[in-house]
Design a protein around this ligand. Structure first.
Ligand code: N01
Length: 538
């Protein structure tokens, strides 16, 4: 260490990230276990993904009464959501409310980006370095970096020559973007592009949506919450919490027990209409087998395609939007506020960049292989280097010099999505191999943060200094993650970020655990009950 450097700060635990997961983990370790903990956060405030994703229309697809912490009755009773789906600024207000209420800020270093973390076996300590030159030492390293926090900006030749402005939705300027009078190009039709398009179209002079893969979407039917509903949510705190923890995907609704194939055509259509009128992610739950049977899935797919054709007036545009190449919900299903209706506006055009791909960005816009488009602003709604990207960019080095990048060269490999062999005392909240993105995130996060806190508490009590997942346990878990995925239609969407297929060169491995949140939580509890089976404890 050069003389000029200050000695590292010695801690019990370093947590990276102050979003939903980092904030709760801090509360558990500091306030429940009395540990000396620091959270390192790149942003200038709490909020994690919501701090950065400020794009127009940014709103959570989980319903607000379930998109919040449920570990504390007091927090739930004190907070009141205004709309069925919380908008980004309201989520930020909520996160700040929690940070204040739990007095979290004093343990968080904002504006502090982690550039490296190295395990020192002799000292049994993690050394964590930051961009600002600070150094921290801790027994435990806990990554709370989210699954969708590393922007994927496609390598398009000529981007540096573009005379206008360009933005990725996941790194949106804090000051916002003024679209008035501008010709805007929006690349990407995932959940983000589908949320942003209607809002940009209402503000810009002209919007061109560049679609490579057409996508399903179901109306959100967002609306202000009624006083009766708000009261019901507070009165039913325990029931809601228990329901969310007992379901496959952590949402406050259960999946129907009937098959789409058991209903006759009239009955099935009526049920889909009912689900469409209700809107939101619940659409998937109207039949039990939409994600397990291709035939059942086709009934939902055809229903949504008929809806698209009935909404979009120009037949050629409608055909392009309904020309969807994967089963419904095999990619994360978007929900929208007037997305398909947006294509009926005079100032909106849809361009198919599957048949004629984007060739380059020009100084004045964008060129596909067949045409040129003049643009003042380009918005990349092109997604993320999901799940592994946020972890790999931390430059983590474990035991015997093994880097996480080397360990995951063929794709992520973990035990329960919680620990990686070769990386002792490192925990990955909602890491690859856990249900995370297939679940309502706060539910997945609470389960992980609680399991980690219980584990650390147990080990401190038993004087266990080191915990590491075994190679055998990780191999068995990877096999289980693959088995669970294969039991669903999820791997059938070939361009899905669940598979890493959206980032050129990324290994194709189905990353989240598709066996269901409640089932997964039980597996984790059993592992703990059996004395942390599958981990080496020293
Ligand atoms: O990203 P995506 P997203 N040329 O990867 C296209 C969560 N989320 O930011 O499918 C042209 O889904 C790409 O095309 P293709 C949610 O989990 C949550 O929309 O690869 N197009 C696709 O259309 C979601 O799933 C909320 O052919 C290119 C799009 O860009 C996840 O974030 C709200 C391209 C990327 O879609 C990611 O969603 C919003 C290229 N070179 C998002 N490269 C909540 O409500 C990519 N595309 C919580």
């Amino acid at each position: 260490m050069p003389d000029t450097m200050t000695p590292p700060v010695a801690l019990d635990a370093v947590i990276i990230g102050a979003g939903f997961s980092g904030m709760y983990q801090l509360h558990l370790l500091r306030d429940r276990l009395g540990m000396n903990v620091t959270v390192l956060e790149a942003g200038e405030g709490v909020g994690g993904t919501w701090y950065w994703n400020r794009y127009p229309g940014a709103r959570c697809d989980s319903e607000s009464h379930s998109y919040c912490y449920m570990f504390s009755r007091e927090l739930q009773q004190e907070w009141e959501w205004s709309e069925r789906y919380p908008e980004q600024p309201e989520i930020m207000r909520y996160m700040n409310f929690v940070a204040d209420r739990l007095d979290l800020r004093r343990s968080i270093r904002f504006g502090t980006r982690v550039t490296g973390a190295r395990y020192d076996a002799a000292a049994n300590r993690w050394h964590v370095d930051t961009q600002g030159g600070e150094s921290f030492q801790a027994i435990y390293l806990i990554t709370a970096v989210g699954c969708l926090s590393t922007a994927n900006v496609p390598q398009m030749p000529g981007l540096e020559t573009f005379a206008g402005d360009w933005y990725h939705t996941g790194e949106w300027p804090q000051s916002g973007v003024d679209f008035a009078g501008k010709r805007v190009g929006l690349i990407g039709t995932g959940s983000t592009g589908i949320q942003a398009a209607p809002v940009i179209a209402a503000q810009a002079k002209h919007l061109t949506v560049f679609q490579r893969t057409a996508n399903y979407s179901v109306p959100a039917h967002n609306a202000p919450l009624t006083p009766e509903f708000k009261q019901w949510v507070k009165a039913n705190y325990e029931q809601l919490r228990a329901l969310m923890r007992s379901t496959t995907n952590g949402h406050p609704f259960t999946i129907a027990e009937r098959s789409a194939l058991d209903a006759d055509d009239v009955e099935r259509e009526a049920l889909f209409e009912q689900a469409w009128a209700k809107g939101g992610l619940q659409f998937r739950a109207i039949f039990k087998d939409l994600l397990s049977s291709l035939d059942a899935n086709a009934t939902a797919a055809e229903f949504i395609k008929r809806k698209i054709r009935s909404i979009v007036r120009d037949p050629a545009t409608a055909e392009l939007l309904a020309d969807i190449d994967h089963p419904y919900a095999a990619k994360r299903p978007p929900i929208d506020s007037h997305y398909f209706e947006t294509f009926n506006r005079e100032n909106v055009a849809l361009v198919d960049v599957r048949s004629a791909p984007i060739a380059r960005i020009t100084p004045t816009g964008l060129a596909t292989t067949t045409a040129e488009y003049e643009l003042d602003i380009i918005v990349f709604a092109t997604g993320f280097d999901a799940m592994t990207g946020p972890l790999l960019r931390l430059n983590i080095e474990g035991r015997d010099g093994l880097t996480l990048r080397e360990a995951w060269a063929a794709g992520p490999r973990s035990y329960l999505g919680l620990q990686v062999p070769g990386f002792p005392n490192m925990f990955t909240i909602t890491g690859p191999g856990s249900p995370s993105v297939l679940c309502n995130m706060p539910v997945a996060i609470e389960q992980h943060a609680e399991w980690i806190a219980d584990c650390i508490s147990h080990h401190r009590g038993q004087r266990i200094a080191r915990m590491e997942a075994t190679e055998e346990a990780a191999d068995a878990w990877v096999a289980e993650v693959n088995r669970a995925a294969e039991a669903t239609l999820l791997p059938q969407a070939s361009s899905s970020w669940y598979l890493g297929a959206n980032v050129p060169g990324k290994p194709r491995v189905f990353m989240p655990y598709a066996g269901g949140m409640a089932h997964y939580a039980k597996i984790c509890a059993d592992v703990a009950a059996k004395g942390y089976e599958g981990f080496t404890l020293m």
